[in-house]
Write a protein of this length. Structure first.
Ligand code: SAH
Length: 278
């Protein structure tokens, strides 16, 4: 364990008065030991992107987490700083070169703990392990992460093997580059860091936290277009509301995500085909 253990997240806010305007990125975090993301990309201008907005953006400004981009281009070769070449064996597109990416990975590794459990190094890839809430929780519990955004046909396999880089996928579809995937992964992780969301309870109740999809939500007006909010939610009866919500979450999960439903039942010794009156 490094000094960046779990306790860090309640970190001390060190106030640093500064005369010059503060950029959101590339500055040391103001909370000691704050979670950090380093992103190797050909498009650093894509960051912080949506991460600079709303709760994640405010948390970034407060220094509850930090973001650093590492531009791959300056590590390229020749006058044009080429970073890619044609695929060995032929075929369409270009492949990011192992030697060039290796230099960027070395630069990103500076100042990070060598322990991969504390600081995973991840390449975004459609071939990777599917990203999920459990992975977001694991990442949030560490000190930070280094993310490698692919482009074109992807990355030379040797650099992934050499550095034992984990591959992580956002889902079964193909994006043009890893930047959007990196932002999604960072967003899901950062919101689990204490104090990033105003109300921490909301990460405990929402979809996937208990292995279920979330129950339906409603707000004012009480009747809209002839549709009323389910009566129980207006009853003020907390136990009945909790029951209703759990029942709805179970019903939705059973209907929409049989895979999650089976796992949920298996963990509770329940029969997934039982027809309970929900
Ligand atoms: N030829 C590759 C796709 C390359 S897409 C293949 O068929 O597997 C270019 C880059 O976009 C990838 O290197 C990766 O970094 C990113 N990317 C595309 N789809 C993604 C997904 N579903 N999840 C995460 N990253 C993805």
């Amino acid at each position: 364990m490094t000094g960046d253990g779990p306790g860090r997240s309640h970190g001390r806010l060190t106030i640093s008065a500064s005369m010059r305007p503060r950029s959101l990125m590339d500055e040391p975090p103001r909370v000691r030991g704050a979670w950090r993301a380093k992103v190797i990309t050909l498009f650093p201008e894509a960051f912080p992107g949506t991460l600079g907005l709303s709760l994640t953006g405010r948390a970034l400004e407060l220094g509850l987490w930090a973001l650093e981009t590492i531009d791959l281009r300056p590590f390229g070769e020749g006058r044009h700083r080429n970073v890619d070449d044609t695929p060995a064996g032929g075929g369409a597109g270009m492949v990011l070169r192992a030697d060039i990416l290796d230099r960027a990975i070395a630069a990103a590794a500076e100042g990070t703990p060598p322990d991969r459990a504390a600081w995973p190094v991840i390449a975004l890839s459609p071939r990777g392990r599917p990203f999920d809430q459990a992975m977001a929780r694991r990442l949030a519990a560490g000190a930070g992460v280094t993310l490698i955004c692919g482009r074109f046909e992807g990355i030379d396999q040797r650099v992934l093997d050499h550095h034992a880089i984990e591959e992580v996928s956002l889902g079964d579809f193909v994006l043009t580059g890893g930047e959007i995937a990196a932002q999604a992964l960072i967003d899901a992780t950062v919101r689990l860091i204490p104090r990033v969301l105003g109300n921490q309870a909301s990460t405990e109740e929402e979809s996937f936290s208990a292995g279920l999809l979330e129950f339906p939500q409603y707000t004012k007006p009480a009747v809209w277009n002839g549709r009323a909010i389910p009566e129980v939610l207006l009853s003020g009866h907390h136990a009945r509301i909790a029951d209703w919500r759990r029942d709805m979450a179970e019903r939705l999960t059973k209907e929409r995500r049989p895979d999650l439903w089976r796992a949920y039942c298996a963990a509770r010794d329940r029969d997934p085909v039982e027809d309970r009156e929900l």
